[in-house]
Design a protein around this ligand. Structure first.
Ligand code: 13P
Length: 212
């Protein structure tokens, strides 16, 4: 099977997994992968991640031109911006999952990292999570802001919207997204109780020991 066909089918399976785990609802969210030739497979606009069809997934050139499939996600431009800024990234997950979106709607005084380093796996898979200010979905100005924030971060949070997470594979991006959502859930479960987040030297040890 060609790399493209394999990845089309993998996007269908990953979409269904995320939908069945209730991390995606309605037609919210979009997934993409980058092929060896630089072209990108991305979920079509207004499609439900639970019911994707391999042959309808959009294939676009790095300049955004549609090569095959249905019209791409309206957010295709921020996927392209992340791929341009992160040469090692081969997959992107953007969802509107409940706890992460709840974090994106809070009033954040500190926008460099909007979730505390509560667990080692959050540090390992997500790292620092900067907030990108609100733009409406599909706004081209969002791409510029996403490009800037993606330079040094595999995961970023869009205000009043949700996270964008990239990875070297679709599995890596999905696992990191799931970790982010779990941390967001913990954050609300803990609520006002005093937490004991990991300390700088503990974070440094994790980052020294694990490359991702
Ligand atoms: P699309 O249906 O165009 O992918 O948009 C969904 C979405 O999540 C917008 O942020």
């Amino acid at each position: 099977m060609s790399q493209e066909q394999e990845l089309r089918e993998k996007l269908v399976r990953m979409g269904a997994l995320l939908y069945n785990r209730q991390l995606a609802h309605g037609s919210a969210g979009n997934l993409s992968v980058r092929l060896d030739d630089g072209s990108i497979l991305i979920t079509p606009t207004n499609s439900s991640l639970g019911f994707l069809e391999p042959e309808r997934i959009s294939k676009i050139r790095p300049d955004g031109a549609l090569i095959a499939g249905d019209p791409p996600s309206k957010e295709y431009f921020f996927h392209l911006a992340v791929y341009e800024e992160r040469p090692a990234a081969r997959a992107i997950v953007h969802l509107h999952s409940t706890y992460s979106v709840a974090v994106s709607c809070l009033c954040h005084e500190e926008t460099e990292d909007v979730l505390p380093p509560l667990t080692a796996y959050h540090v390992m898979r997500v790292g620092k999570l900067p907030l990108v200010r609100y733009f409406r979905p599909g706004d081209r100005a969002l791409a510029k802001a996403v490009r800037e924030a993606s330079k040094d971060h595999r995961a970023i949070m869009l205000a009043n919207h949700g996270p964008i997470v990239s990875g070297a594979t679709i599995e890596e991006a999905v696992y990191a997204y799931e970790e982010l959502e779990e941390t967001a859930k913990l954050y609300f479960i803990i609520g006002d109780r005093k937490t004991s987040p990991l300390k700088a030297e503990q974070i440094a040890e994790i980052n020294r020991t694990f490359s991702n």
